[in-house]
Design a protein around this ligand. Structure first.
Ligand code: ASP
Ligand code: MG
Length: 465
């Protein structure tokens, strides 16, 4: 068995679903279990509907629900066999009826709880997985739809639920292999339910996580994440085009890249896969012939010190100076307690004798945080910063990496530096305005020479250079 996960853009329309069907059909003998995201931007649209409801714009949420239904119905009818159209219509009616009731309820209450957010956002994957399973029949495959909420058992942390692994794996192992013997199992990603059957979600982008959980639960040979890029690249394509494809990368490197903003993969994805030692492949559903990126358990030997450069924009640096001459003991604890209280994760930290600089990526509660910090320290804020992160298992063994970084960034002001915490990354903070220039310089420095066993050279980039 293999798990094949298709993201929102891979199932955004009838023609996209047709592409998915042909990719799956070609791999039918490997007994694929298919996990899909909501179609296109459906999750965002559902959340917009929920927000319209609580802000009292009845006409607006009703219209948005209609649009969403029309969209699903229009695309689905193109890929559902004639014989199944009546059932399709009935199912869409039921789902949208239920959704409308739910949204009306919210409008009355005027309050959106995490639990109701989950109930509403679950419709995207419930619909997409059902539609894709019918579409497979249209394209000549035997498929069976399973509601993920029966299999993925989670805790009650709505909108960010964590799976209860023992129970989830037990249910997956009992349910999926028998079905997958002669049918293609289709599941929605992202959604689950508590032990009491209340709908939960695994957090935005959570379908990759579902794929990985399912893969681990059924001991799949491989987990394939089908997306709209050729795999992991040596740099973020939204900052610098012309990165090279990384053909093979370790779990640790991939996780590091994901944490630092590479949009290709949800960071949590790799955890269940690592534990069961199941390789994860990143593949492009628009270019299925490209071999993609293979994520494997062990570090890959290569002459290239750095595997990829990841970036995170819209970072805020908070500088905190002790108002005493030297830091009193307990100073760091007091600082972190404040961030803890306002549920704001801290990404990077640098300390000196009298001050601490740290970065946050969610600045929603910054004003409250600063007010508290100012009770015992002086605080200054720098907005519009970016973290640049060089990732590679070899960084720790290679002398002179920092020197090469600083030499190539001579003309860029580096605000903060951190190496060592994870051993396989070197990260630093620059102003967002300097980001592109910094990434260009580093990419030139570290990827002029490429190990052909590990990288696929981007020919277009060479031609342009
Ligand atoms: N549909 C969900 C989201 O947009 C989950 C996913 O696509 O992975 O966040
Ligand atoms: Mg998505």
């Amino acid at each position: 068995m293999i798990v094949m996960k298709f993201g929102g853009t891979s199932v955004e329309s009838a023609s996209a679903i047709e592409r998915v069907a042909s990719i799956v059909r070609e791999r039918a003998e490997r007994r694929p279990v298919v996990v899909v995201s909501a179609m296109g931007k459906t999750t965002n649209k559902l959340l917009a509907i929920a927000n319209a409801a609580i802000s009292g714009s009845r006409a607006s949420y009703i219209a948005q629900i209609h649009d969403l239904r029309d969209f699903h119905s229009r695309e689905a009818r193109l890929v559902v066999p004639l014989a199944d159209r009546a059932e399709l219509d009935r199912t869409l009616d039921d789902h949208f009826q239920e959704l409308t009731e739910l949204v009306k309820g919210l409008a009355v209450l005027g309050e959106l709880t995490p639990r109701s957010i989950d109930a509403i956002s679950s419709y995207g994957e419930r619909l997409s997985s059902y539609i894709v399973s019918l579409a497979f029949a249209h394209f000549g495959m035997k498929a069976v739809h399973v509601d993920s909420r029966r299999l993925i058992v989670t805790d009650r942390r709505h909108t960010q639920a964590a799976p209860l692994y023992d129970e989830t794996y037990a249910r997956l192992a009992a349910t999926i292999p028998p079905l997958a013997k002669d049918r293609i199992v289709v599941l929605g990603g992202f959604i689950g339910a508590t032990e009491n059957g209340v709908t939960t979600t695994l957090g935005r982008g959570g379908s990759d996580f579902t794929a990985s959980i399912v893969g681990a639960g059924i001991r799949a040979e491989e987990i394939q994440i089908w997306t709209d890029v050729d795999g992991m690249l040596t740099c973020d394509p939204t900052i610098l085009v012309g990165g090279h494809r990384v053909k093979i990368i370790s779990f640790a490197e991939a996780a590091e890249l994901a944490y630092f903003g590479a949009k290709v993969l949800h960071p949590a994805t790799v955890i269940p896969a690592v534990e069961k030692n199941i390789p994860v492949l990143i593949l492009n559903s628009r270019r299925p012939a490209v071999e993609g990126t293979r994520i494997v358990a062990d570090p890959v030997r290569t002459a290239n010190t750095v595997k990829s450069i990841a970036c995170k924009r819209k970072i805020t640096v908070v500088n905190i100076h002790s108002t005493r001459m030297l830091m009193a003991h307990g100073f760091l604890k007091r600082i972190f307690d404040v961030f803890e209280r306002f549920e704001t994760p801290v990404d990077m930290v640098a300390t000196s004798e009298v001050s601490v600089s740290l970065t946050i990526d969610n600045s929603q509660r910054l004003a409250e945080i600063c007010a508290e910090l100012r009770q015992f320290s002086e605080v200054s804020i720098e907005e519009s910063q970016a973290i640049v992160c060089l990732v590679g298992e070899n960084i720790r063994y290679t002398p002179g990496v920092a020197a090469r970084v600083f030499r190539s960034l001579e003309s860029v002001n580096i605000r903060m530096i951190s190496q060592g915490a994870s051993l396989l990354n070197l990260s630093f903070v620059v102003a967002e305005a300097d980001l592109k220039r910094a990434v260009e310089a580093l990419h030139r420095e570290f990827f002029a020479q490429l190990d052909p066993g590990v990288f696929d050279r981007n020919g277009a980039a060479d031609a342009a250079a």
